[in-house]
Design a binder for this molecule. Structure first.
Ligand SMILES: [Zn+2]
Ligand SMILES: [Zn+2]
Ligand SMILES: [Zn+2]
Length: 276
């Protein structure tokens, strides 16, 4: 599978809208990989994960065509992952789509409710569908099997994170979440999955976690250690820290890469590709 990060920031972006903090000023000066847009990723150019307001720019920048995308997983309703307004662009007259085109969005019931209004017309016209995906119930999504997991994040946002397998290789895309729920570890103890690529919420970078809902590097390192110790990953598994806030200590890309490397983690950047 070819996994690509399209956007790698938390809600404000890095550098952030309006912000003049030291991390944002330096990120603007450095440019390139230090510039992070809101969270989105794509697998094999076909399975999209999340739909933030930056989606349009992501398509332009990476030469992607939404008509090649027939499935989209939504993690939760927060604005850095979901921008409902753009879903109404799938209406007749706003998009001219081939008659056989249909995209299926999947997420929790909270995501379904957030999109009900904007998807009503595309669903009526047959160009869109929405399916609720429930934790621990593997679902066929295109040529993949997707397993949703409950995230420890704002419960009002219907947060899920996803395992994606093509039958040979398996990805874990864990955004947004704190340490994984005990139920996730218990499910893995029974199911014995093996992940080849793991993307972990690193909103806080090196800032000590002051609230439940996200992780930083110490938590990413602990999750990596535990996944390897319990056999769900191994030394060849690629672990990447992703989803950064400008408030995170040492968050500037160039600063964070060597720090994360000491914990066995790569650092995402917009456009980064991983051959899984
Ligand atoms: Zn987020
Ligand atoms: Zn800032
Ligand atoms: Zn969130």
């Amino acid at each position: 599978m070819l996994f690509q990060y399209l956007g790698t920031a938390a809600a404000e972006g890095v550098p952030a809208l309006w912000c003049n903090c030291e991390r944002c000023v330096r990120s603007r000066e450095i440019g390139g990989r230090a510039l992070r847009t809101r969270s989105q990723a794509i697998v094999d150019g076909a399975l999209l994960i999340d739909f933030p307001a930056d989606t349009l720019g992501h398509l332009y920048r990476n030469g992607l065509d939404l008509l090649n995308v027939r499935d989209c997983l939504i993690t939760h309703t927060h604005g850095d992952h979901l921008y409902p307004e753009d879903f109404s662009m799938l209406r007749a007259g706003y998009a001219h789509v081939p008659p056989d085109y249909r995209i299926t969005f999947r997420g929790s019931e909270a995501v379904r409710d957030a999109l009900a209004g904007v998807l009503a017309q595309p669903i009526r016209e047959g160009s869109a569908a929405f399916e609720v995906i429930r934790p621990f119930e593997p679902a066929a999504v295109g040529r993949y099997t997707v397993t949703a997991y409950p995230a420890i994040h704002d419960p009002n946002a219907g947060p899920l994170f996803y395992g994606i397998s093509d039958g040979e290789r398996t990805i874990l895309y864990a955004h947004d979440t704190h340490f994984f729920h005990d139920d996730v570890w218990a499910y893995w103890r029974e199911q014995r999955p093996h992940f080849d690529f793991v993307s972990l919420d690193c909103t806080n970078a090196c800032l000590p976690v002051r609230y439940i809902g996200h992780m930083g590097l110490p938590e990413n390192a602990e999750v990596r250690r535990r996944m390897i110790a319990e056999g769900y990953a191994d030394e060849r598994t690629v672990f990447v820290s992703n989803h950064f806030s400008h408030n995170g200590t040492n968050v500037v890309y160039d600063d964070f890469v060597p720090i994360a490397a000491r914990e066995g983690l790569l650092v995402s950047y917009d456009g980064m590709k991983i051959e899984v």
